[in-house]
Design a protein around this ligand. Sequence first.
Ligand SMILES: [Zn+2]
Length: 127
Amino acid sequence: MRYEVFDCKLCPGKGSATEVAGVGERMALWRVCRSCDFWLTCVGYRALGDQDPDGRRVLRVDGRHYMTWTDEQGRPPETGYTSRVDRPYRLLEDEIVRSARWLWLMGSIPDRFREQLPDNARFLTSR
Ligand SMILES: [Zn+2]
């Protein structure tokens, strides 16, 4: 089977058009590796106001990227490790205390994306 490996244009990583159906095609189009593809998706969330169209919210706390949702909204399509936390948080832009019912830790934001993905919230409880 023929496949193409290319240099990521954003970092020293490599991309391949064969990775995960659909995603690989997008990576080849943008010339980015899997990691940069993932974080570019997160930059996209920020452009949408840190929310999915259905209201699932992106939280960036201490350089970590999370997504939170309610039972009504349903879980995001590609969740990894998630848990029910009912954890209170506050967006940096206002004083409203909200509660994250479900939380998906999407990972630590790489240095090369920190500027595009600054913190937007903080948790009111530690764990
Ligand atoms: Zn990359």
